[in-house]
Design a protein around this ligand. Structure first.
Ligand SMILES: C[S@@+](CC[C@H](N)C(=O)[O-])C[C@H]1O[C@@H](n2cnc3c(N)ncnc32)[C@H](O)[C@@H]1O
Length: 390
């Protein structure tokens, strides 16, 4: 196995060997992408929540004895955690194109005594997915690439069985959320806009991108959970290999609109061509709920473990709260507190809105963001009046 500095780390319930990141830095900051095999300790949040999501999916769908495919495995940590921490996994296919990653993942599987459950391959991810599809499919595909998951979505949908789970990570948040609109159009076939809720536009374009491939194959999708954590989006959807469900999915596609003058925002149905609108539009994108509140509240939360990092547990609680909010794009406190002359805190704004008899929930997408069914111009007036009286 390649000769480079390595260390042992504990994550979740497993112990693995990874490159010694203190030797791969930019300035004084560890840079996982510079190491011979990729391991980002910050992605523990993504991996831990994915363990909870897969455990929850198994009870939600009443399944066991499932096959998992993780075709971009790096050190194998994620595949190994699924094998060790998810109850009801019989087989895990791990894979990486890199020789060093393949060697390290094999070592890590062996060290954790999981040779009977996890098989490691060295191949291109798309080859592995197509092979799995030919061999009858798997129940769960996890796509965790560098950057965009786009090159792997189509074959993931082929590899997944009916009612299987597909989770994808996207680290190209900048592209999806409007920093490079033309790149987003090329990569995802959708126009992002720099609306105040652009981080939500981005994740909805990502769900749309999965739906688009699914629809072409006469499949439908249903998001169980979607979230953002710092530099990446994570989306998990159930895939229904059923034409009736594809027709249903089509109804969940459309555009987001926003009007700076009235602060109004929302979604309009229509794909690929929306009805005429007086607003600026962004999309096509997913306009239905990006999560299933029942799944998040009654299934996922039960699977969040004490041994997950504090950040993973905190994010899960935020998602639990937010999944109960109305399906309206979030608003920023700065939008309703303009002209007040001082920064109004998110808690103040939420209390004001609730005092008016409307619902308001914080969003995990932005520290100043909240979701509400209230008329935002009225909220802005009330915020102004109340704060002037103070
Ligand atoms: C972000 S890392 C994976 C991290 C890992 N899933 C985890 O949770 O730690 C992406 C991995 O994909 C591998 N990779 C890139 N292109 C690939 C391809 N076409 N087929 C298979 N593996 C690929 C890289 O070598 C790298 O190890």
């Amino acid at each position: 196995m390649g000769d480079y500095p390595k260390v042992e780390v504990n994550e979740g319930l497993v112990s693995i060997i990874v490159p010694d990141l203190s030797k791969y830095t930019v300035g004084s900051r560890p840079e996982p992408a510079h190491a011979p095999v990729f391991y980002n300790p910050r992605m523990e949040v993504n991996r831990s929540l994915s363990v909870a999501i897969l455990n929850a999916y198994l009870s939600y769908m009443d399944k066991s004895g499932i096959t998992v495919c993780e075709p971009l495995s790096g050190t194998g940590v994620r595949a190994i955690r699924y094998a060790r921490e998810v109850h009801g996994v019989s087989r895990v296919v791990a894979n990486d194109i890199s020789e060093r990653a393949y060697e390290l993942a094999k070592l890590n599987v062996e060290r954790n005594g999981l040779n009977d459950v996890v098989t490691v391959y060295r191949d291109d991810a798309n080859n592995v997915l197509l092979r799995i599809a030919r061999e009858g499919g798997c129940d769960f595909v996890d796509i965790d690439p560098f950057g965009s998951p786009q090159p792997f979505i189509e074959n993931s949908l082929r590899a997944i069985k009916d009612r299987g789970l597909l989770c994808v990570t996207a680290t190209d948040v900048g592209v999806l959320a409007g920093k490079y609109p033309l790149k987003c159009i090329r990569r995802y076939g959708a126009l992002p806009r720099k609306f105040p809720f652009r981080l939500e536009v981005g994740i909805r374009i990502l769900i749309y991108a999965i739906a688009r491939y699914a629809l072409a194959m006469d499949y439908g999708i249903k998001p169980l959970i979607s979230f953002m954590d710092g530099h990446y989006y994570r989306v998990c959807v159930v895939v229904f290999k059923d034409r009736a469900y594809a027709i249903e999915t089509l109804r969940s596609l459309g555009y987001a609109y926003y009007s700076p003058g009235t602060l109004s925002r929302g979604f309009i149905q229509g794909f690929p061509i929306p009805s005429a609108s007086k607003f600026e539009l962004s999309g096509p994108l997913w306009i239905d709920y990006p999560w299933d509140a029942e799944f998040v509240v009654n299934y996922m939360m039960r699977e969040v473990r004490d041994y997950f990092s504090e950040r993973a547990r905190e994010l899960a609680s935020m998602l639990r709260e937010e999944s109960l909010a109305p399906n309206v794009p979030y608003t920023l406190t700065t939008e309703v507190s303009r002209e007040v002359g001082r920064e109004v805190s998110i808690n103040e704004v939420i209390n004001i809105i609730r005092g008016l008899g409307y619902t308001a929930y914080k969003t995990h997408f932005h520290p100043k963001g909240f979701r509400t069914d209230a008329d935002l111009l009225r909220v802005r007036d009330v915020v102004k009046q109340l704060l002037r009286l103070k």
